[in-house]
Ligand binder design. Structure first.
Ligand code: UD1
Ligand code: MG
Length: 442
């Protein structure tokens, strides 16, 4: 029979050590908030219910949770009185039956679905408390796991530990599984008799042990449960994320010429035979199809790139950029909320925003869409096989028909019919000999 599960995610801590106005769990790694990473892992692990504990007035966290896990319930911890008090704040969720209760910290962004599943497997063997332990290079700051054979008898926080206990290298990764049957009664028995006068979740181990229940610790890779408490650790986590993602990208069939200089987002997807040159940055929401080349120094977010397209060098694709098959986006070109259809070329110094560029059209150097009136945004629609001469300004809303030709330097404020040639500039006049006269006079 399938066991039911509830995950309680603790995200009410102030994160004082971050020195930030942004709640700690909202700081991003690979363009996704720490809490977003945790929720993603819980969804991958197919946990039935998710309860998130937030601090009073943490609207940002609540919003982020709603965006990532629509069915998650939100619980407010009125005062930050420790991790056990935080779990108890989710009492409404805990009183509904669940075989497995999993407590996860919002500041351990790399918690894996595999680690969550291992906790559950151990609970299924009859343990009433299971702790996700690890052996980090430096155990400083973590709670030490005090074992008697297979039985975990207590967890001692660093500040409450004796010198001998501090030597223990097996520590609390911050992941805990509780059998639903006994969870609340154990949690309610936790007191705050410690150095910080806080209600420590970690006391659950000792309480269950004293009641003669089975208390176990499993070992999970230290990299999966690193806790982020300050900005140096945040940067370290970003580095770990990027290193892992680069290796994955190469395994998936992308060539990274200088992997250390390419930065991915949590959701970047790459096809096969994609070539990524040095110094490319991906923001969230990017899909790259097969055989795409992204040349050096490009910045790409919220964009989809179809097979065979060439992007950059020095290109900027902003949210809503859709680049069609074999299209070329060249140097110092910015594209935003625009459909660039198959085979179109925008090779130099252009801005295309809120627009469609039809298949096989050519946008000259320095051409721009004037999409913003100062109040509203308007659309520019360019048909197929059109030619927009260099340094033209297309003042939206405006349509350029299929096969139309806009002379360079034009300011286009009216629609151009298909196959028409449009001039939107002053006519040139040549005054013969006038330059020589001027020189003589001066
Ligand atoms: C905690 C563990 C420690 C473990 C370490 C792993 C306890 C007492 N200690 O220490 O054994 O080795 O994590 O990273 O559990 N939070 C609340 N409300 C509170 C206090 C905390 O929601 O009142 C949340 C925080 O937002 C955070 C998590 O609980 O996500 C852990 O709190 P934190 O203060 O970071 O605990 P650590 O000192 O890291
Ligand atoms: Mg912590």
């Amino acid at each position: 029979m399938m066991r039911t599960s509830l995950a309680v995610v603790l995200a009410a801590g102030e994160g004082k050590r971050m020195k930030s106005n942004l709640p700690k769990v909202m700081h991003p790694i690979g363009g996704l908030s720490m809490i977003g990473h945790v929720l993603k892992a819980l969804q991958t692990a197919k946990v039935d219910r998710i309860a998130v504990v937030v601090g009073p007035g943490d609207d940002k966290v609540a919003k982020a949770v709603a965006a990532h896990a629509r069915t998650a319930t939100m619980h407010v911890q009125a005062e930050r009185r420790g991790t056990a008090d935080a779990v108890r704040a989710a009492r409404d969720a805990l009183t509904k039956k669940a075989d497995d209760v999993l407590v996860i910290f919002g500041d351990t962004p790399f918690v894996s679905a595999a680690a969550i599943s291992s906790l559950r497997e151990k609970l299924a063997t009859g343990a009433s408390v299971v702790v996700g332990g690890m052996r980090p290079d430096n155990p400083h700051g973590y709670g030490r796991l005090i074992m008697q054979g297979d039985q975990l008898t207590a967890i001692r926080e660093e500040r409450d530990a004796s010198a001998a206990e501090r030597k223990i290298g097996f520590v609390n990764g911050g992941l805990m599984g509780l059998a639903g049957e006994t969870a609340l009664s154990i949690l309610d028995a936790i007191e705050n008799k410690n150095d910080q006068k806080e209600f420590y979740l970690t006391d659950a181990a000792e309480i269950a042990h004293r009641r003669g229940l089975k208390v176990a610790a499993i070992e999970i890779p230290a990299d999966d449960v690193i806790g982020i408490n300050d900005r140096a650790q945040l940067a370290g986590a970003e580095r770990m994320f990027q290193m892992k993602r680069r290796v994955e990208a190469m395994k998936e069939g992308a060539t990274l010429i200088a992997p250390d200089t390419v930065f991915f987002a949590h959701d970047t997807t790459l096809g096969q035979d994609v070539v990524i040159e040095p110094n490319v940055v991906f923001g969230p929401g990017v899909t790259v199809a097969d055989n795409v080349t992204i040349r050096a120094f490009s910045h790409i977010e919220g964009a989809s790139i179809s097979p065979g397209a060439i992007i950059g060098p020095f290109a900027r694709l902003r949210p809503g950029a859709k680049i069609g098959e074999n299209a070329h986006i060249g140097n110092f070109v910015e594209i935003k909320a625009a459909d660039v259809e198959e085979g179109a070329k925008i090779n130099h110094l252009a801005y295309i925003g809120d627009a469609r560029v039809g298949a096989k059209s050519n946008i000259g150097a320095g051409a721009i869409t004037c999409n913003y009136s100062g109040v509203s945004k308007y659309k520019t629609d360019i048909g197929r096989n059109a030619f927009i001469g260099s340094n033209s300004a297309l003042v939206a809303p405006v349509r350029i028909g299929d096969g139309a030709y806009v002379a360079s330097g034009s300011v286009i404020t009216e629609d151009v019919p298909s196959d028409a040639l449009a001039f939107g500039r002053a006519r040139q006049v040549n005054k013969l000999g006038r330059a020589a006269d001027k020189r003589k006079k001066e």
